[in-house]
Design a protein around this ligand. Structure first.
Ligand code: NAD
Length: 250
């Protein structure tokens, strides 16, 4: 059966990998993304709407449009997040903190508030939220992102309790460093903040990881497919790492 799938920040990166995986499985997929150009070039079979997850009016309009077309949704993936600034907390700007918290948490709030209403009424549904290993450990130099991603885990746990009795499952996916342009940017930013070489910072990301490698976007998409499947019918309220097993963070 073709499920109705919504993914925020789905025009590139992990969101797009998940959108492709659900579309390939025969599901109907719509994404939102702040990047209108990326939305305009989405692959065939994936619908897109330009919307910033921190903009309540834009998100309400996006979600109302989906509700008008589909009557609800079976799987909602709150995936939008930005890495925020890197550096000791004394050096960070309040505005950068606020932007990082807003994209990660305001976006999740607006998305999940809608999903909770429609899924509670349906008596079924799956909500997935993209957290991070930064939502499981206390990485230094990344206080805004770490705080935001722990917030996503808290939201997941509270929502799983609120919605479980209505037959709705809620889980957080916690990826480690994912191969791709975003990690390239994070490595460059941390190298600058800590006056280290990019090669050194990159090596540092896998030193404390048992498998000694980054994960791939396709692996994260496969995990989302599983968590949305009947095989995961008893899994809710979990923050599940997909990280090659993080053993040390410094
Ligand atoms: N890439 C990694 O290594 C990694 C690791 C752990 C967790 N994550 C999390 O995974 C999620 C996706 O990360 P990614 O690596 O694909 O990111 P990315 O930087 O590649 O961006 C993906 C998409 O998010 C969109 N976006 C950014 N701000 C937005 C906003 N305000 N509203 C709507 N769309 C917005 C961008 O336009 C882009 O298309 C994020 O929550 C991120 O924190 C990523």
């Amino acid at each position: 059966m073709s499920r109705r799938v919504i993914i925020t920040a789905g025009a590139s990166g992990l969101g797009l990998a998940m959108a492709r995986a659900f579309a390939d499985a025969g599901d109907r997929v719509v994404v939102c993304d702040v990047d209108g150009a990326a939305v305009a070039t989405l692959p065939k079979g994936i619908r897109g709407v330009q919307a910033d997850v921190t903009d309540e009016a834009a998100m309400n309009a996006f979600l109302a449009g989906v509700e008008g077309d589909w009557g609800g949704a079976d799987i909602v993936i709150s995936n939008a997040g930005v890495g925020g600034p890197a550096g000791p907390i004394e050096s960070l700007d309040f505005a950068d903190w606020q932007r990082c918290i807003s994209v990660n948490l305001d976006g999740a709030f607006l998305t999940c508030r809608w999903a909770a209403r429609v899924m509670r009424a349906q008596g079924s549904g799956v909500i997935l939220l993209t957290s991070s290993v930064s939502g499981l450990f206390g990485f230094p130099w990344r206080t805004p992102y770490v705080a935001a991603k722990w917030g996503i885990v808290g939201l997941t746990k509270a929502l799983a309790s609120e919605l479980g009795p209505a037959g709705v499952r809620v889980n957080a996916i916690c990826p480690g460093a994912v191969e791709g342009p975003r990690m390239d940017r994070v490595v460059a930013m941390e190298a600058a903040a800590q006056s280290r070489s990019e090669a050194d910072v990159r090596a540092g990301f896998t030193e404390g990881v048992a498998l000694r490698r980054f994960v791939t976007a396709d692996e994260v998409a496969a995990m989302a497919l599983f968590l949305a499947s009947p095989g995961a019918a008893s899994i809710s309220g979990q923050a599940m790492a997909i990280d090659g097993h993080t053993e040390r963070t410094t």
